[in-house]
Write a protein that binds this ligand. Structure first.
Ligand code: NAI
Ligand code: MG
Length: 357
């Protein structure tokens, strides 16, 4: 029987709708080719939703998400809405409630240096020419950002607390991902000074026993920040708590070199996820038709892999993207003199999907 997936498509603001149109084209093409069907339902979110209804996450949009198998999210925000109260801002007012409603405790960010585009990376060519292929797995709903906090006139405090259950569930995601990749997990902590890190390390070690084929390594956060710059090739899956993952995922993005190429996924325990580019709504280039659609397209590939288990279809998209990159069919953020625009890159990915076996 043909598998059928309901996808909530929330394009948002700025370049969101421009890059989303290309991701939708690619999804439709790959579904045809791989023999499953996608039902794509669009809804307003962010600034576009504020303009239409006064709310960054209207009830109808949330209701659509609840009846869908996954959310494909564009980007939200822009100068037009920066004056609003924090909870009414496009970003905080939509992404935070979505994370909370669906308990999206796990954030995944793959980061690549593609050898043919090693020059995009700010690393020394001696290092970047060897490439990089990292999956950063970040705990997203616990830790210091959500712990008890307080402030008096003379001091302030934040607390970090992690339960074994919270650590176990994020660790399992990292190990499951590693067995489909290169069988290595590097767990990041500061176990020489933090109690939560001691528990983190013990718990990760226990989870690792269920994955004998995966090599587990522990690394202090300060060393990891340094090693990422000195030899990023040594890493496969990085397993991080919320705070360390926030920092390292941005470091990985900087090392990879272009926001326009970086997808992300936020998942819960039942395979439901929200998939979005790592970058924002890019108001500086919105409406010009030159935004890079690859991050949005690769976000759709992550959705096929992590929410639907359609590994072959995910790889097909990734190979098609790789092919366009190696033929230098890219937008001007990658190659300043490029004459390819958003639609041309999307078309080229679709054509490559048709041609790949
Ligand atoms: P940004 O990521 O939108 O832009 C930073 C730079 O990267 C800009 O020069 C932009 O042109 C470029 N860039 C980003 N994505 C690109 C793409 N696909 N193709 C080509 N170039 C690309 O970050 P910025 O400027 O800090 O924020 C702009 C707006 O986006 C703000 O309103 C911010 O709140 C919002 N934002 C939304 C996010 C989300 O929806 N998850 C995440 C980050 C920012
Ligand atoms: Mg960050």
């Amino acid at each position: 029987m043909t598998k059928h997936y309901n996808i909530a498509v929330l394009a948002g603001d700025g370049i969101g709708p421009e890059v989303m149109a290309e991701a939708v084209k690619v999804l439709t093409a790959v579904a045809d080719k791989c023999g499953f069907s996608v039902n794509l339902n669009t809804a307003l979110v962010g600034g576009a939703a504020i303009d239409a209804s006064g709310e960054p996450l209207p009830a109808a949009t949330l209701a659509l998400c609840k009846t869908s198998d996954a959310i494909l999210f564009g980007s939200v925000g822009g100068p037009k809405w920066t004056g609003l109260a924090p909870d009414q801002q496009p970003e905080r007012g939509s992404l935070l409630p979505l994370r909370k409603t669906f308990d999206l405790f796990c954030n995944l960010r793959p980061g690549h240096i593609y050898p043919e585009f090693a020059d995009l990376s700010p690393l020394h060519p001696r290092i970047s020419s060897k490439g990089m292929n990292i999956l950063c797995v970040r705990e997203l709903t616990g830790g210091i950002y959500f712990g008890e906090k307080g402030r008096t006139s003379t001091d302030a405090f934040d607390t970090q607390r992690y339960s074994i259950t919270e650590i176990e569930r994020i660790a399992r995601v990292a190990f499951e991902a590693a067995i489909k990749r290169n069988n290595k997990v590097t767990s990041i902590d500061k176990a020489n000074v933090l109690q939560t890190s001691v528990l983190w390390r013990e718990t990760v070690q226990r989870v690792a026993q269920h994955y004998p084929s995966v090599t587990l390594e522990h690394m202090y956060i300060d060393n990891a920040a340094m090693q990422l710059i000195r030899s990023p090739q040594q890493f496969d899956v990085l397993l991080c708590d919320n705070l360390f993952g926030d920092i390292l995922s941005d470091e990985i993005a900087a090392i990879a070199g272009s926001l326009g190429l970086l997808p992300s996924a936020s998942l819960n325990g039942s395979g439901f996820g929200l998939y979005e580019p790592a970058g924002g709504s890019a108001p500086d280039i919105a409406g010009k038709g030159i935004a890079n659609p690859i991050a949005q397209i690769l976000s759709a590939a992550l959705m096929l892999r992590f929410s639907f288990g359609q590994e072959q279809a995910a790889q097909l998209i990734e190979q098609a993207v790789q092919q366009c990159l190696s033929q230098r069919i890219v937008t001007p953020d990658i190659e300043p003199n490029s004459s390819y625009n958003t639609v041309a890159v999307g078309d080229a990915v679709v054509a490559a999907i048709h041609n790949l076996s």
